[in-house]
Design a protein around this ligand. Structure first.
Ligand code: GDG
Length: 467
């Protein structure tokens, strides 16, 4: 029996992964990542239900409760995974929404599967939501769900949140199914974006391509309904990260990491999903040039790059992995010394404690995506630096740069500019570092994930009631 609920979260993935337990049976493990930690407290506080894909192709999964969360699985076939998830979501929408950093592929069969799968999520939500319930749909994989769900259940309050950037009209216009996507999103009462620019792009496109009347952040539909589009910059559980960073075990581990690196005077750190939007290649080149130029020495400085495996079946991601492997090999071969690689490269995922220890161990955190909705890693680093020390080098093209103004802001396409910023952050004195870090900490601790979720849900309840 499926449990019904007053709050329903609909996301591509469930917050758990299917794993094999030591006794050989199958079980669930909490999956890491921003979306999960953001929504976990929201749903717990409200007896809500979470609808999503469990990550495999099992077809017989029933709704279940894991660690107090009510979870409702949506099944995907192998073809769905290839066409809806790897294809339309990650090889069409992802690149087009990220400035066409990689070339998007357009395939009509992928689109058809995207429509089918979106319909299945919508039907599941319609089944689970109580009369008048609130349904919060997440991200680029499910942009048609709001409209489909409204057709099935006009009694619901529907919100949609996009975790990635919403592109400028000129790029979005390439999408052969642009109008369907806009109409899909307009099924929501509130469409949330990471930054104001995304909301403005959306409203402009709705006016241009669908022809609805708009005023500021409100769209007026012919049936009298209104839709609001606004920015709700996502955040992290800043206090929890700070507490973790303060713990004895993390402090100890952080010392161990520095020792294992040979106690260099400065540690640079990058932590990203291995994704071409994250600018990993260009950043490692900038760092290695500082060494070959003689401005940094491998005895004093090391770059630790953690690249979490991601979307490994998508062609572009395989190519990127090979490119980075080759670059790291060449840089270390040319510039490293025995026991002193220039780059310490780790292609792996780690527990949260290890992430906190790395943040603590890093003197200079380098976050240089070509385009990023927000970038939670930048905020996590700031939350962990309760000592008001450390330096953040941050791309202007990450949503986080709107809030973290005191970072060393860079254009990730400008290698010389990045080199200058890395060096400046390396040479900054304690006073300068602490001035910048204090200001950023204030921002991150105040605007945490609880404030984000509450802000979105409150605005959603308001739409259409105060115009
Ligand atoms: C998308 C948007 C937006 C990473 N490796 C490990 C690990 N992580 C955690 C980080 C962080 C999260 O995953 C990554 O979030 P980001 O924001 O940095 O990037 P995306 O994955 O691209 O997220 C992005 C976000 O959605 C939220 O809206 O900010 O712009 O692209 O929390 O800590 N966690 C653990 N082990 C790892 O190895 N435990």
């Amino acid at each position: 029996m499926t449990q019904s609920a007053q709050l329903v979260i609909v996301a591509n993935r469930l917050p758990v992964d299917r794993v094999e337990l030591p006794d050989g049976s199958r079980g669930w493990r909490r999956s890491p990542g921003g979306l999960v930690s953001a929504l976990d407290p929201v749903i717990r506080g409200s007896d809500g239900v979470w609808i999503g894909w469990a990550g495999g192709t099992e077809t017989d999964l029933e709704p279940f409760v894991d660690d107090g969360l009510s979870l409702v699985p949506v099944s995907l076939t192998q073809q769905d995974v290839e066409e809806f998830y790897e294809g339309m979501s990650n090889a069409t929408l992802w690149p087009i929404y990220h400035d066409v950093v990689a070339k998007p592929e357009f395939h009509r069969e992928w689109w058809d599967t995207y429509v089918d799968v979106n319909r299945r999520y919508a039907e599941k939500a319609a089944e689970v939501a109580e009369q008048g319930a609130t349904v919060w749909v997440h991200d680029y994989q499910l942009q048609l769900v709001p409209q489909m769900l409204r057709e099935l259940r006009p009694d619901l309050r529907i919100g949609f949140y996009l975790h990635i950037p919403f592109p400028p009209a000129e790029l979005f216009a390439q999408l052969p199914w642009r109008r369907q996507v806009l109409e899909g999103l307009l099924g929501a009462d509130l469409v949330g974006f990471q930054i104001a620019g995304g909301a403005a792009n959306f409203v402009r496109l709705v006016r241009q391509r669908v022809g609805h009347k708009t005023h500021r952040d409100v769209v007026y539909l012919p049936d009298g309904r209104t839709v609001r589009a606004a920015a709700f910059p996502i955040s992290i559980d800043a206090q929890a990260f700070e507490e973790l960073a303060r713990s004895d075990s993390v402090a100890e581990r952080s010392e161990e990491i520095r020792t294992a690196l040979g106690n260099p005077s400065k540690v640079f750190l990058g932590i990203d999903r291995l994704d071409y939007t994250k600018g990993i290649y260009a950043r490692l080149r900038a760092f290695s040039e500082l060494i070959s130029d003689g401005l940094l020495d491998v005895e004093d400085a090391v770059f630790v790059q953690v690249a979490t495996p991601s979307r490994e079946r998508v062609e572009q991601y395989r190519i990127l992995r090979d490119d980075i492997d080759r670059l790291v090999g060449r840089v270390n071969g040319d510039l490293g010394r025995i026991g002193r690689p220039a780059i310490s490269y780790l292609h792996s995922a780690y527990p949260r404690e290890e992430m906190a220890a790395l943040y603590r161990a890093a003197d200079i955190m380098v976050v240089t995506p070509f385009r990023d909705g927000m970038n939670l890693v930048a905020k996590e680093y700031v939350a962990c630096r309760y000592d008001d020390d450390g330096a953040l080098v941050l791309s202007e093209f990450a949503g986080a740069s709107n809030e973290l103004r005191q970072a060393w802001l860079v254009n990730p396409y400008d290698i010389n500019g990045m080199k200058a910023a890395l060096l400046d952050a390396y040479r900054a004195d304690g006073k300068e570092r602490s001035r910048r870090m204090k200001a950023m900490r204030k921002t991150v601790l105040k605007n945490d994930v609880a404030a984000w979720a509450a802000g979105f849900l409150e605005s959603m309840a308001q739409v259409g009631r105060d115009e």
